[in-house]
Design a binder for this molecule. Structure first.
Ligand SMILES: NC(=O)c1ccc[n+]([C@@H]2O[C@H](COP(=O)([O-])OP(=O)(O)OC[C@H]3O[C@@H](n4cnc5c(N)ncnc54)[C@H](OP(=O)(O)O)[C@@H]3O)[C@@H](O)[C@H]2O)c1
Length: 317
């Protein structure tokens, strides 16, 4: 019996070595294929990123820059955008040809000026290959205490701004028969949680608009990706607005414990490389909540109501 066991161990020992080497080999090969694919897809491509001065947008700028894209970085603050340009300028991996990004400053919430910003964007390289609608603002507050003007402001930045920019860039993409439009939505574009009404509404609208767009532009050879992340470790909650329009200014625990923006930026790059249509980047619980909302709405509503009661209780302490 002891002999049999030893023989089995020997057999296993013989088998495990080559198996491990084979597995490492396959992984390396997959990595090389991915790198080549990424390079083929993004080298020299013109990529516009809104909200590139901070958080996820800044990380997207880093990964698309490293993949050889010609970037056009957008935001409201030229100085902060220039800092990103300078940071990117010195970081290349030596294998990919990289470019110094252009910058275009404008306020997405002012939809009147978005068309002229889009004209400026198109002037940079004559066309846009990939538009990443990333800029956004969050909100914290109860509906009872929130001015309608705040609901509108959040919609302007998160919904009407990206819609106006996309509509301004779209004709040039249709004319070329090429282009990829990405929008950074949120898990809250799929489920609505209490005390986030303005944000959740803007992201639900975003999901709907870009789903319609995808269907409408497929016949022109264009692609649309809606990315819906859960919490990401950025300044989003610090920059959020409250019911009276003032800044929330708190780094929420959920945000601080969220995804690394680097990982989310790589997921955005992957979505463009593989033309993924709808990407949910969430842990098992939020993912389950998304399915619960569709398959068992009554249970979802009960959970949200008790969450609202609990949160209100915490706020009143
Ligand atoms: N962090 C999360 O937990 C999380 C989760 C899911 C989805 N998201 C989404 O991810 C995206 C990026 O947010 P983030 O987490 O990286 O937050 P962030 O660090 O606060 O960055 C937001 C970016 O949006 C820009 N922006 C805000 N309002 C703007 C306006 N009116 N016009 C032009 N640009 C504006 C800001 O640029 P300037 O201030 O320099 O203009 C900044 O670059 C947002 O769409 C957000 O909804 C975030």
């Amino acid at each position: 019996m002891g002999l049999g066991l030893r023989r089995m161990e020997r057999l296993a020992g013989v088998g495990v070595g080559p198996l491990a080497i084979g597995a490492v080999g396959v992984l390396l090969l997959l990595q090389i294929i991915r790198r080549v694919r990424r390079k083929q897809v993004l080298q020299d491509k013109v990529v516009v990123i809104t909200g590139a001065s901070s958080g996820l947008g800044k990380e997207c700028a880093r990964v698309f820059h490293a993949a050889g894209a010609r970037l056009i970085l957008c935001g409201r603050d030229q100085k902060r955008l220039q800092e990103v340009v300078e940071e990117l300028g010195v970081k290349t991996d030596g294998k990919t040809k990289t470019y110094t990004p252009c910058t275009v400053t404008f306020d997405l919430s002012d939809t009147e000026t978005v068309a002229s910003a889009a004209a400026e964007i198109l002037k940079c390289h004559g066309h846009v290959d990939v538009l990443v609608n990333n800029a956004g603002i969050s909100y914290r507050g109860s509906i009872l205490d929130t001015h309608v003007s705040v609901q509108k402001d959040v919609m302007d930045t998160n919904y009407f701004g990206p819609v106006a920019l996309t509509q301004a860039i779209l004709p040039s993409m249709v004319e070329r028969g090429a282009g990829h439009i990405v929008v950074i939505s949120s898990v809250q574009g799929k489920i609505a949680i209490p005390y986030r009404s303005a944000y959740a509404a803007s992201k639900h609208a975003t999901q709907a608009f870009f789903d319609c767009l995808r269907a409408e532009v497929e016949r022109f050879g264009l692609h649309v990706s809606v990315i819906s992340p859960g919490y990401i470790r950025t300044n989003l909650s610090l920059n959020a607005v409250t019911g009276d329009g003032s800044k929330y200014g708190v780094m929420d625990k959920t945000t601080a414990a969220g995804w690394d923006p680097v990982d989310v930026a790589h997921a955005v790059l992957k979505a463009v490389t593989y033309r993924q249509k709808d990407v949910l980047l969430a842990g098992p619980l939020p993912a389950l909540a998304v399915y619960l909302r569709t398959l068992w709405p009554a249970a979802f509503f009960r959970l949200m109501a008790s969450r609202a009661k609990k949160e209100k209780g915490i706020k009143e302490q």
